[in-house]
Design a protein around this ligand. Structure first.
Ligand SMILES: C[S@@+](CC[C@H](N)C(=O)[O-])C[C@H]1O[C@@H](n2cnc3c(N)ncnc32)[C@H](O)[C@@H]1O
Length: 193
């Protein structure tokens, strides 16, 4: 990420934005026992997720963010350096996967779709994928000079989530952000059918 991003993603302003966005995205969601956070960056959202789940595994391919997160209290959090488009986790590991303002940093549609498929693969049956991302704007495009900026066109999100293997797909666009969610087909283990 460029320097402006590194500063902004760890800033109090971003913290308060996430404190508004995350509850909206997770309204009514039971995170279950093990959350996967994709592209955690410096981990501003990570404690918010850890507050709602027994365990959080946070993955990022940039050591800068992970180092910042490591310095903070992250007892229930496992940090992994790795690529969210090729997740180093067994299939059906997680109860919920969350991708917060990270998909636009994945440089191609092909890789973004691979990330969505990886999220579906590593979720258990019935597991939920929840994402929030930015929409295109000229100001954001400028803020990403020297960085990757590939926002998801909102009208393609539902189709792409379904193609990745999710059902019960929901997409909402609001105030410059897109929220999306999908569930892996099947019932969670132990659920009566
Ligand atoms: C804008 S930051 C968002 C950080 C955090 N999710 C938040 O909302 O505060 C995007 C993060 O996604 C990470 N990222 C981008 N592509 C990735 C990939 N293929 N695998 C893992 N992390 C990735 C970047 O390194 C960066 O830390």
């Amino acid at each position: 990420m460029n320097r402006l991003h590194r500063w902004y993603c760890a800033s109090p302003r971003w913290r308060s934005t996430l404190a508004r966005l995350l509850p909206q995205a997770l309204a009514g969601v039971d995170l279950g026992d093990h959350v996967l956070e994709l592209g955690c960056g410096p981990g501003v959202a990570t404690p918010m997720l850890a507050a709602g789940a027994r365990r959080v595994t946070a993955i990022d391919n940039d050591t800068w963010g992970l180092a910042a997160l490591q310095r903070r209290d992250a007892a229930a959090v496992r940090l992994v350096r790795g690529d969210a488009t090729a997740l180093p986790f067994a299939s059906a590991t997680f109860s919920t996967a969350v991708a917060l303002t990270m998909l636009h940093h994945v440089p191609t549609t092909l890789l973004q779709d691979r990330l969505l498929r990886e999220a579906a693969r590593t979720l258990r049956p019935g597991g939920l994928f929840v994402g929030v991302d930015v929409q295109f704007s000229a100001a954001l495009w400028l803020a990403h000079v020297g960085d990757t900026f590939m926002p998801i066109p909102p009208d393609t999100a539902a189709r792409r989530l379904a193609a990745a293997g999710f059902c019960d797909v929901a997409v909402a666009v609001d105030s410059g952000y897109i929220r999306f969610a999908g569930r892996v087909p099947g019932a969670p283990a132990g659920t009566a059918r």
